[in-house]
Design a protein around this ligand. Structure first.
Ligand SMILES: Cc1cc2nc3c(=O)[nH]c(=O)nc-3n(C[C@H](O)[C@H](O)[C@H](O)COP(=O)(O)OP(=O)(O)OC[C@H]3O[C@@H](n4cnc5c(N)ncnc54)[C@H](O)[C@@H]3O)c2cc1C
Length: 412
C-alpha cells in the first residue's frame, strides 16, 4: 500500500456516515482515525430495516430529493454527487448482492444488516483506517478558528488537521447517538436547531383506541391540519394500540408535527379514502337496505373490521339498537362525515427509544452544501444525521448518511 501522507483526519462516530466519510478520506491517502464511543461500531445500522437494512432505493436523484421533508435544498449537491445508484454500485463492488423490494427499496439479498456493517468494516481495514472503540470525543480544539486537535474523555489529546463530525441524532440513544455531537459543535459556535423526533409513533387521547387496540388499518388516509389548513396527508397503514397510533401513515405524519402548540393541530383518519362522500353515502344506504330489519350495530359488518364497528357505532351517536330502516338521512350523512374524518386527539410524540430519526440539529446555513465544510471553523466537516435534514422511510436516511459522508471524506 502507498505510504499515507502525514495529514490526519479524525472521524467522530462509527455509523454509516462516519464510515463512508473515513473511506473516502483514506482513498485520498489521508491518515484516518475513527473514534467511536460505543464498544461496538455501527450499532444503529444493525437495527435498520428490522435488521435487514433498507440501505438505499432505486430512485433517481430528483425523485429521492422529493422524499426529503427537511433540508431538501441543502442536499441537492450531495445527492446528485453521490446518488442511490452510487450507493448500490459501491456495495456491489464490495461483493454485496442487493435486491429490490416494494416501494423501490434496496436491501442486501442476505436480509442481514450485519453484512452491510461487516463489509464496511472490512473495507475500512483494507484502506488502513484505524478504529478506536469505547473512545468518546469530548472536545474539538481549535486555534485561530482552525481545527488543531481532539480531546478524548480522560484527557488525552490527538493532533489532527481535520475533523469529520458524524455523531448522529438523538433517537435510540442506547446505540450511542445521544446528542453529544451537538455539544461538540455548539462549543465551536455552531447553531443547533431544536432536534425533533420524527418517524415516531403518536400518543393520543381517545377512548376508542382501547376498543380497537390491536387493529391494523390498511389503505387509510391520515390528514394533519394546523388549525384549519391541511399540512400533510399520508396514505397507508395505521396500527392502533391503547392511546397510541403507529404504522407507515402515522410515522410520515409525525415528521410534520411539532410538539409545541399541539392544541393547534387536528388529526383525522379517512377510513374510506377510495370513496368520495356521495359514493360512500350510497354504499351505506345499500347496507342499511340490506339489513333494514336489523339493529344498526349489526349493519356495518360489510363496511368495517370487527374491532372498529363498536367504535363507529359509539361515535356516530346513532343508538346501537336502532333498527336500520329507521335511520334518518341526517344520521346517515353524519355517519359519512365520521368515516371520512375519524377525529384523533394527539397529546405528543413517542419517546427517543421509538423514533427512527431526528429532524433538526446542526443548522444548515453554517455548512457548505457542496463540501460539508463548516463555514465557521476551517478543517471541520459534518456528515449524516447530526445535520438538520431528514427524509421519509424508504432507505433515504441511510442514503443521506452515505451522500454527505462521501462529500465530507472527499473534501476534508
Ligand atoms: C430502528 C431504526 C431503523 C432504521 N431503519 C432504517 C432503514 O431501514 N433505512 C434507512 O435509510 N434509515 C433507517 N434508520 C435511520 C438510520 O439508521 C440513521 O439515519 C443513520 O444510522 C444515521 O447515520 P449516522 O452515521 O449519521 O449516525 P449514527 O448511525 O447514529 O452513528 C453515530 C455514531 O456516533 C457515535 N458517537 C456519538 N457521539 C460520539 C462522541 N462524542 N464520540 C465518539 N462517538 C460518538 C455513536 O455512538 C454512533 O455510533 C433507522 C433508524 C432506527 C433507529
Amino acid at each position: 500500500m502507498e505510504a499515507k501522507n502525514t495529514e490526519k483526519t479524525a472521524v467522530i462516530g462509527c455509523g454509516p456516515a462516519g464510515m463512508m466519510a473515513a473511506l473516502q478520506a483514506a482513498k485520498r491517502n489521508k491518515q484516518v482515525l475513527i473514534l467511536e464511543k460505543e464498544k461496538r461500531p455501527a450499532k444503529k445500522l444493525l437495527l435498520t430495516g428490522d435488521g435487514r437494512c433498507n440501505l438505499t432505493s432505486t430512485l433517481r436523484p430528483q425523485e429521492m430529493i422529493d422524499e426529503i421533508f427537511r433540508g431538501q435544498q441543502f442536499l441537492y449537491s450531495a445527492i446528485f454527487q453521490f446518488p442511490p445508484q452510487a450507493t448500490r454500485d459501491f456495495f456491489e463492488k464490495l461483493g454485496v448482492k442487493l435486491k429490490e423490494e416494494r416501494g423501490r427499496r434496496i436491501y442486501p439479498a442476505s436480509n442481514r444488516a450485519a453484512e452491510i456493517k461487516n463489509k464496511l468494516i472490512e473495507e475500512l481495514n483494507n484502506q488502513g483506517v484505524r478504529i478506536k472503540l469505547a473512545t468518546e470525543v469530548e472536545k474539538i480544539l481549535t486555534s485561530a478558528n482552525t481545527v488543531t486537535a481532539i480531546k478524548l474523555k480522560g484527557g488525552k489529546k490527538i493532533a489532527v488537521s481535520s475533523v469529520i463530525l458524524a455523531t448522529g441524532g438523538i433517537s435510540y440513544p442506547e446505540t450511542g447517538s445521544d446528542g453529544s455531537g451537538y455539544r461538540l459543535a455548539e462549543d465551536l459556535g455552531h447553531k443547533i436547531k431544536k432536534p425533533e423526533l420524527a418517524l415516531v409513533p403518536l400518543k393520543v387521547e381517545n377512548d376508542w383506541t382501547s376498543l380497537a387496540a390491536g387493529l391494523k388499518l390498511k389503505n387509510v388516509m391520515v390528514k394533519l391540519f394546523w388549525q384549519e389548513d391541511l399540512v400533510k396527508e399520508s396514505f397507508g397503514e395505521v396500527i392502533i394500540s391503547k392511546n397510541k397510533l403507529t404504522g407507515s401513515a402515522i410515522l410520515i405524519i409525525s415528521c410534520h408535527l411539532q410538539e409545541f402548540k399541539l392544541e393547534n393541530y387536528k388529526l383525522a383518519i379517512d377510513l374510506k379514502p377510495g370513496l368520495g362522500k356521495e359514493k360512500l353515502e350510497r354504499r351505506i344506504q345499500g347496507d342499511l337496505d340490506k339489513y333494514s330489519n336489523k339493529y344498526f350495530k349489526n349493519a356495518l359488518k360489510d363496511l368495517l373490521p370487527a374491532k372498529l364497528r363498536p367504535v363507529i357505532v359509539k361515535l356516530s351517536r346513532i343508538p346501537a339498537d336502532k333498527v336500520c330502516h329507521q335511520i334518518t338521512g341526517r344520521e346517515r350523512s353524519e355517519l359519512v362525515k365520521l368515516l371520512k374524518n375519524l377525529p384523533v386527539k394527539v397529546t405528543g410524540k413517542g419517546g427517543v427509544k421509538e423514533a427512527i430519526i431526528t429532524s433538526g440539529g446542526l443548522a444548515l446555513e453554517e455548512v457548505e452544501p457542496a463540501t460539508m465544510a463548516s463555514k465557521k471553523i476551517a478543517g471541520l466537516y459534518f456528515a449524516g444525521e447530526i445535520l438538520e435534514p431528514a427524509a421519509y422511510t424508504g432507505g433515504h436516511n441511510l442514503q443521506i448518511a452515505f451522500s454527505t459522508g462521501y462529500l465530507a471524506g472527499l473534501n476534508c
